[in-house]
Design a protein around this ligand. Sequence first.
Ligand SMILES: O=C(O)CCC(=O)c1ccccc1C(=O)O
Ligand SMILES: [Mg+2]
Length: 378
Amino acid sequence: MNENPDRGGGGEGDGDDDGERESTLELEYRPFSLELATSLETAGGTIDSRDGFLVRITDTAADGDEAAVGYGEATPLAGWTESLEDCEAALERASDEIRTSPAAALEAADRQVAARHAIALALADLQATREATPLYRYVGQGPMVGRVPVNATIGDGSPSETVHDVSDAVERGFDCCKLKVGRRSVEADIERVRRTRSAVGPEVELRVDANEAWTYNEAVTALEAFGELDVSILEQPLPAGSLAGHADLREHEGGEGVQIALDEGFLEHGVDAICEAQAADAVVLKPMALGGVDVARKAAAWVQELEITPIVTTTIDGVVARTAAVHLAASIPDVPACGVATAELLASDLGRDPVLLEKGSAVVPQAKGLGVEGVWTE
Ligand SMILES: O=C(O)CCC(=O)c1ccccc1C(=O)O
Ligand SMILES: [Mg+2]
């Protein structure tokens, strides 16, 4: 952004390397591709692999022994972020601009949310590591947090498959499951939830996410049945554009006890419009789609002021972005169960997972920075 042609740094090089070097930071990125163990079927489409870029920012001025490196991850998802191509172009610009300043690098990816997520994360990881502070305390300035509650993520499937998947998750310690709905008829989805509820009993929290699939009347039918089945949260039943529809659902008699959460609608409208329309009890925060953990953290604080509940989830990310989402959740006071237990959906990962799952909670890494190691092997 603010290259100074009068003071070009050295003049040698390949011609686009003439920015003034005012920072000692270097940004590198490399592509990755991760398959899902089994594809995740949602009303918004099927996710079967996640392609993106791992980002490393190094401070070349740091003296040898001191760790001066931070990691980030950009994992675009169609419909939620920029394309893979636009993401790469933004990272390429940022790798030039970071010679000027960290702010210039962030600016270079200002409208490419996944790229910005990666850059902001790598910078935060670098700084938190320097300060020997776990990332969640660096971003939130808050107290120590040992665990955050999480939900299992259950894709669309037949009623029997759904009962099987949820029962399996409960056996593995989850006490909150989020079921994807909206791919089959409303009646079929109600049947899935009914059979699941009778299989797992009253103690397990059940949520559903329709990814914008329903008409208002379908949503009302679902809401009434879900109220009786003690579903806690109905996420994005209607198209993102329909703030008034979601506000009406919140008022609907028979849907008492079921909270309405906005995900796609939050990305489209933002905090103020949702609050103004009284369209949500909760909002879903995906740091990858919002442009970073820093952006998501501000949104969380803001919605809590307005008595709207923030829920952190991922876009089924690799270990770097997923662990960042765990830190984000840990930085939010009184956060409800979050959709960050998505490692098990992946067939392979970028590196070892530092987050243990224990009885429905993620154990928050307490090491400095993000706490992810061994992802950048030469
Ligand atoms: O919230 C979760 O449990 C996992 C994340 C999730 O459901 C999701 C993953 C990728 C894309 C969209 C969504 C969504 O919440 O709609
Ligand atoms: Mg959702």
